[in-house]
Design a protein around this ligand. Structure first.
Ligand SMILES: N[C@@H](CCC(=O)N[C@@H](CS)C(=O)NCC(=O)O)C(=O)O
Length: 160
């Protein structure tokens, strides 16, 4: 723990905390944008989740649009869910990690690897790129968060 303890670690004077806030905001906003990408794909494919969402829109025969499952929309939804499965642990573990006052260079390496891997995961999922591209994006991010979790637990001496 740095001199000044938890207050100093979780202060805007701490460059590690400031870097964490920046990268956390990037991956959270990126996750939020998946809702917009989902909505755009719903309109593009006329694939709505609820009857009321398709109000005023007609099918090819001029009838009322019925809710349908669309492969493209489902792909975006899985990508969004995968972000949630990974970004939430990163943000929670990241806060604990910052509290242990890691070196700035080590912390930045973790934050950049995580953010870069999540952006790559989405590109690989949405284009899509051939596997194992997406799996690589997933595992780099997953292992990065795991490494932060291990460092955090080690910093407190695995105090069970
Ligand atoms: N919830 C995930 C757990 C495993 C995982 O995240 N795998 C990565 C690499 S293959 C992935 O992109 N899965 C696709 C997905 O979550 O839709 C799944 O069902 O696949």
């Amino acid at each position: 723990m740095a001199p000044g303890g938890l207050n100093a670690a979780l202060s805007l004077e701490n460059p590690v905390f400031k870097a964490f806030i920046t990268y956390a905001v990037i991956v959270i906003v990126k996750t939020m944008l998946m809702s917009i990408v989902t909505a755009l794909n719903r309109f593009k494919n006329k694939a709505f989740a609820n009857p009321e969402d398709a109000r005023g829109m007609k099918d090819k025969e001029g009838g009322r649009l019925k809710p349908v499952t669309n492969l493209d929309v489902e792909r975006v939804r899985r990508c969004h869910l995968n972000d949630l499965e990974n970004v939430i642990p990163f943000v929670l573990i990241g806060l604990l990690y910052v509290a242990t006052s890691p070196a700035l260079s080590t912390a930045l390496l973790h934050f950049r690897l995580f953010a870069g891997s999540r952006l790559f995961h989405s590109v690989a999922y949405l284009l899509p790129l051939p596997q194992p591209s997406r799996a690589l994006g997933f595992f780099v991010g997953y292992l990065t968060t795991f490494s932060m979790a291990y460092s955090t637990a080690a910093a407190v001496g695995f105090a069970l």
